[in-house]
Write a new protein. Structure first.
Length: 213
């Protein structure tokens, strides 16, 4: 079962019961703003006009968002956790995504985890037009889009069968695609209408393609 909402995730989470979600897997906006996102877009070799920037990445979600994330979920994996340390407790468990990058942008991205296991590294190339799996190359529809395989690896490593997964900042829909491919119940929320509509188109396309391989 998959439920997708074009709303502010704070409103959706406030309607959920305590610990009603097993795992929140998400990538909130980091507050990098328009100019940084524009540079990332150009570095990814995509036309600047392909992305709708709006004001979605001009600020970091406030404490109330993280309070609700912790209330409604039993476990959490939050990308960009290094930007949100004031809202997160100390944890031994971080995921290091090695992007096998070149150029001036970050070699890795970090995800904070609520689990008690050790730091783990996942290497998957995501360098502009170059992707690890060029045979099944993903369309890039979001400036901070994550590869589906990254989210699949996280679910395979940390989630258990029958869990309900939620992404309050759905973006391009990569988390939804990974959850659907692996058979998890999923809740996704995206406030920006343009990204929400793009994700609605992308999710069935990507999951249908997977069945062909």
């Amino acid at each position: 079962m998959m439920q997708l909402f074009n709303e502010d995730c704070l409103d959706v989470m406030r309607r959920l019961a305590d610990k009603s979600v097993d795992l929140i897997l998400t990538d909130p906006p980091y507050g990098a703003g328009f100019e940084v996102m524009k540079k990332i877009t150009v570095s990814n070799c995509a036309a600047v006009g392909d992305y709708h920037y709006g004001d979605w990445n001009n600020s970091i979600p406030g404490a109330e968002y993280f309070s609700e994330i912790m209330r409604v979920s039993k476990h959490q994996v939050i990308f960009g956790g290094n930007y949100f340390v004031e809202h997160l407790r100390n944890s031994p468990c971080w995921i290091v995504w090695d992007k096998d990058n070149s150029g001036n942008f970050a070699d890795c991205e970090l995800a904070w985890c609520s689990f008690s296991s050790a730091v783990r590294r996942f290497k998957y190339r995501w360098n502009g037009m170059l992707q690890q799996d060029m045979k099944n190359k993903e369309d890039r529809i979001h400036p901070t889009q994550k590869p589906v395989r990254l989210f699949e690896w996280i679910l395979e490593k940390y989630a258990e069968p029958g869990w309900k997964i939620m992404d309050p900042f759905l973006g391009s829909g990569s988390s939804a695609i990974a959850a659907k491919r692996l058979g998890y119940e999923f809740i996704g929320v995206e406030r920006e209408q343009s990204y929400f509509e793009a994700a609605l188109e992308r999710i069935p396309r990507e999951t249908a393609q997977q069945a062909l391989f």
